[in-house]
Design a protein around this ligand. Structure first.
Ligand code: PLP
Length: 464
């Protein structure tokens, strides 16, 4: 047994021995499970056929689609969703983190209902939006903030602030990093390996339908590649945008000292450091990942967990950068920005997400990680667990994943079998195989037991 890491309260457990999984067994499981899936989800299939007419792929965001068709959900409450076939599913996706407080959390509902008595949209200043901004600034330790409606908008505006402040146009991102769908960020988001060259000096992968501008790409957790990049190109690079913990490639932890050195290099080369906390945010702890990991960026972007499930996002940070919004060099607009309903979400989350409440959810997550690690050990699976805050994942690889290329070397066949096995037994996690489970404030011991015991059943099935 080997515990790999525990710096800054991150979690990674890599067992020292493992026995390979038979690929034929994985194929058998996948075949059986897809048959069961199609047998039990007839109404989702019908819904999918219907929705294809009005919606491309039958979904409102391309993430939501999978073949042959995704599960269609009729309602959700607490930690559970009910699909159109009437099956109850334990939700471990929780809106990619947006439902951190749980579905229909009574405090969120109360704040929304009370907000509806005072209006829907003012498009003027209001004490309601000032109050929400103060709460976000206090919680995340930033000077100023502006609200938007999605993470994509927030990352786009954060980059524009950096460009205005530095009068440089280049954007540096991590290979495999996802920051929403603004053109520059789609570059090398999940590129095909045959298009991206040397792992130490990756070639940006640019789709022909994009106008990304000047975009540079480095591997995560690689300080010498970053140093070389800055030596060569820092005069053109406005910002380095990075998730402090990558949460779009399962969970990839920063090496000890990596973010600290990134901070120093950005200062040295006049590059604005943007931490994209759209996914980490409050799922990393009550004050976000930056506070937890002890490295302060110049700007942060927030979404998902800060709004209680309402469409709310934000970008903010040091006043010296947000001054470019004030002086109009980077004007920021939006009809729905700071709308009262979304602001009610901020108030609710501020009431709900205390240090204690999040610490309790994290403790449950830690328990799940420990128990699943023990099962991996017992069945000598070629896998390991990684956790951060209230999120965790099983990564199907015997060595730690430190960057995109490592992630691409993990076993996606077993990952798919695991995801589908759980789905057929009433547990829904995100479909992308690059996501993680989330223990929300609505999950308790019963739900942890379901997660862990389902994993044990899957381990048994793999070894059967
Ligand atoms: C790290 C990160 N940044 C930005 C975004 C974009 O957020 P949104 O989907 O709200 O536009 C996402 C979405 O998953 C994300 O994971």
């Amino acid at each position: 047994m080997l515990t790999q890491t525990n710096h800054k309260q991150t979690f990674r457990f890599v067992p020292s021995t493992s026995v390979p999984v038979d690929p034929k067994r994985v194929e058998e499981i996948l075949k059986q499970e897809w048959e069961q899936f199609t047998k039990e989800t007839g109404k989702s299939a019908e819904e999918s056929r219907r929705s294809f007419k009005a919606l491309p792929l039958g979904v409102t965001s391309s993430f939501q689609h999978w073949d042959p068709y995704p599960i269609s959900i009729a309602s959700a409450k607490g930690a559970y969703m009910t699909d159109v076939d009437g099956r109850q599913l334990l939700d471990l996706s929780m809106g990619f983190g947006a439902m951190l407080a749980g579905h229909l959390n009574p405090i969120v509902v109360e704040e929304i209902e009370s907000s509806l008595t005072s209006g829907m949209l003012f498009v003027t200043p209001s004490p309601i939006s000032t109050d929400a901004a103060e709460r976000i600034c206090n919680r995340f330790g930033i000077d100023q903030v502006r609200f938007t409606n999605s993470g994509t908008e927030s990352t786009m505006y954060a980059v524009r602030v950096a460009r205005s402040a530095t009068e440089k146009m280049g954007i540096l991102k991590v290979e495999g990093g996802y920051h929403g769908s603004y053109d520059p960020f789609v570059v090398s988001s999940k590129p095909a390996l045959d298009k991206i060259g040397d792992p130490e000096d990756p070639t940006p992968a640019i789709d022909s339908n994009l106008v990304p501008g000047d975009i540079y790409v480095v591997p995560f957790n690689n300080i010498s590649a970053l140093e070389r990049m800055f030596e060569k190109n820092a005069k053109k690079i406005a910002c380095f945008i990075v998730e402090p913990v990558l949460e779009n490639l399962a969970i990839v932890l920063p090496d000890e000292g990596y973010l600290e050195r990134v901070r120093e290099l950005c200062d040295e080369y006049n590059v604005v450091l943007i931490f994209d906390e759209v996914k980490t945010g409050l799922t990393a702890g009550a004050h976000g990942a930056s506070a937890r990991l002890g490295v302060q960026p110049d700007l942060i972007t927030l979404a998902k967990s800060i709004g209680g499930g309402l469409p709310l996002a934000a970008f903010g940070g040091k006043k010296k950068y947000m001054d470019f919004v004030t002086n109009g060099k980077m004007a920021h607009f939006g009809t729905f920005n700071g709308n009262p309903l979304a602001m009610a979400g901020v108030r609710a989350i501020d009431r709900i997400c205390s240090d204690e409440a999040l610490a309790a959810a994290e403790e449950l997550n830690q328990q799940a990680l420990n128990r699943i690690s023990a099962i991996i050990d017992e069945y000598q699976l070629p896998a390991h667990t990684v956790g951060f805050g209230v999120k965790g994942c099983v990564t199907w690889s015997t060595s730690p994943v430190r960057n995109y290329r490592d992630y691409k070397a993990t076993d996606f066949g077993v990952a798919e079998a695991h995801w589908l096995f759980a789905l057929n037994r009433g547990i829904i996690t995100p479909p992308g195989l690059d996501e993680q489970w989330l223990i929300s404030l609505a999950h308790g011991q019963t739900e942890i037991d379901l997660l862990v015991e389902d994993f044990r059943d899957f381990a048994k099935a793999l070894r059967a």
